[in-house]
Design a protein around this ligand. Structure first.
Ligand code: ATP
Ligand code: MG
Length: 216
């Protein structure tokens, strides 16, 4: 493949990436929400998009199956980001990774007393590091979605999840009590591809940087 393959996930990242792609002269020829295709051709002969799960983007780029990708900081923290060059914070899909508990639960007191907390999350690695650094004892329970449900049915005392407006927490009688990280989506680049295809990749990086008002 002499062209460039870019890995993206459907939904908010795809939507918020479209203007950045446009700045590099890239318009997808199909809409991933209506098409079932996983490889999308673009207005540029030398650029194609692949549609993958948000949490799989770093893997495709790490192995060079995609040259570039766009992934949330949450996904990159959990993946570890090994072998990935992360040149640009695109400042899209912004939210915060938070610890949340039921409204009536005194988290600070539980932590002070050295209680052992059961925490349900999709972000097991990131949560483990966070609580270890704070000296909070936790048993982590891996979930793949709908974390807000876990404390409501007695699966866990707390959750670690992404929060933007806080409306989902509120609707489920939960409150955010601690921030773990500020989240936004980053451009990730395969390190070998950057060396071998720099003449194609560098102008794209410059166009993306220009589109978000940053000097490359
Ligand atoms: P999948 O459904 O394939 O497991 P996902 O649920 O993580 O993936 P999205 O909900 O589209 O997929 O999230 C993709 C990325 O968007 C996340 O990795 C995160 O960086 C960001 N994101 C998630 N939730 C929010 C939110 N409420 N506000 C802003 N950005 C968010
Ligand atoms: Mg989701």
């Amino acid at each position: 493949m002499t062209g460039i393959t870019i890995a993206l996930s459907k939904g908010r990242i795809f939507e918020e990436t479209l203007p950045l792609l446009a700045a590099a002269g890239i318009t997808p020829l199909e809409d991933p929400e209506s098409s079932r295709k996983l490889i999308l051709q673009t207005s540029r002969d030398d650029v194609r998009l692949i549609i993958v799960r948000a949490s799989d983007v770093p893997t495709y780029v790490e192995y060079g199956a995609a040259d570039l990708g766009i992934a949330g900081k949450d996904v990159l923290l959990e993946h570890g980001g090994v072998g990935l060059y992360q040149p640009l914070d695109l400042e899209i899909a912004r939210c915060r990774m938070m610890v949340a508990v039921p409204d009536g639960f005194d988290y600070a007191a539980a932590v002070r007393q050295g209680a052992r907390l059961r925490v349900a999350t999709k972000y097991v690695q990131t949560a483990r590091e966070h609580f270890a650094a704070k000296g909070v004892h936790v048993d982590l329970i891996k979930l793949y979605g709908s974390m807000e449900l876990a404390p409501l049915v007695g699966l866990s005392d707390a959750i670690v999840d992404l929060v933007s407006s806080g409306n989902t927490l509120k609707a489920n009688g939960l409150k955010a009590v601690e921030e773990i990280a500020q989240i936004s989506s980053r451009l990730v680049v395969n390190q070998a591809a950057l060396k071998l295809k720099r003449e194609l990749i560098q102008p794209m990086l410059d166009a993306f940087a220009g589109a978000i008002g940053k000097a490359a």
